[in-house]
Design a protein around this ligand. Structure first.
Ligand code: DC
Length: 218
């Protein structure tokens, strides 16, 4: 079974998708982490965005499970935490507009998922492009102000000095990039269940998705 969870930055996708996968006993695949991994490599090796094709061939990316947590390994280096910076997110959003990048990563995502019996995939285009025949498609949304507030609290908890206004600006910018790009823009698939998470708890959202998945299983 394939469960597709799509939505904009800060919609709660990652937290929700991880919990749904855990509770269903499914594999969890974070496709945004793949765009981030390519972006990380560009920054680290000082390669310009225009030359991104040079890192696509032979991209040595693995997701491995350590102590019940998925770790992201690039060329043998654990980059799980290193790809979560704003700088990496910004470059990831730029390269995500390049057709060649999307083609290579979509192929990788399909291969990875098809090696698993059941998987929850999280991203922007899972229900529309990667798995248009997914068994269950969820599109999470939330008001930009709510998404900014969540990210603000998350970063504050990590001890980072951030301003709410800056985060809101970044979220609006990221939305613009993701929804207005020509290639696989962020939009709900016609048969996706759209769920506005504004004011909803994580548990409420997770339970809602689990209910839908269980109905499919039986
Ligand atoms: O979900 P995230 O913030 O980790 O994603 C990083 C960037 O990658 C974001 O700008 C959107 C892009 N992305 C995408 O275009 N398609 C996906 N399936 C996943 C992420």
């Amino acid at each position: 079974m394939i469960v597709a969870i799509d939505g904009p930055a800060g919609s709660g996708k990652s937290t929700v998708a991880k919990l749904v996968a855990q509770k269903l006993g499914f594999s969890y695949i974070d496709t945004g982490a793949m765009y981030r991994a390519v972006a990380y490599k560009l920054i680290k090796d000082k390669i310009s965005v225009e030359d991104v094709s040079t890192v696509l061939d032979g991209l040595n990316l693995q997701f491995i499970e350590v102590d019940n947590q998925i770790r992201i390994i690039l060329d043998g280096e654990d980059i799980t935490d290193k790809i979560r910076t704003e700088q990496v997110g910004k470059v990831a959003s730029q390269i995500a507009t390049i057709p060649e990048v999307r083609k290579a990563l979509v192929k990788l995502q399909r291969n990875m998922a098809l090696q698993k019996e059941n998987a929850v995939l999280e991203g922007r285009d899972i229900g529309t492009v990667v798995f248009p025949n997914a068994d269950l498609k969820i599109f999470l949304t939330a008001q930009p102000e709510e998404r900014a507030r969540r990210r603000y609290i998350q970063l504050k908890e990590k001890g980072l000095a951030v301003s709410y206004e800056e985060i809101l600006k970044m979220i609006l910018n990221r939305d613009k990039n993701d929804t207005q790009r020509k290639e696989a823009p962020l939009k709900p698939s016609k048969d996706a269940i759209i769920l506005d998470t504004t004011g909803k708890s994580i548990d409420e959202v997770v339970d809602f998705i689990l209910e839908k998945a269980k109905k499919l299983k039986t």
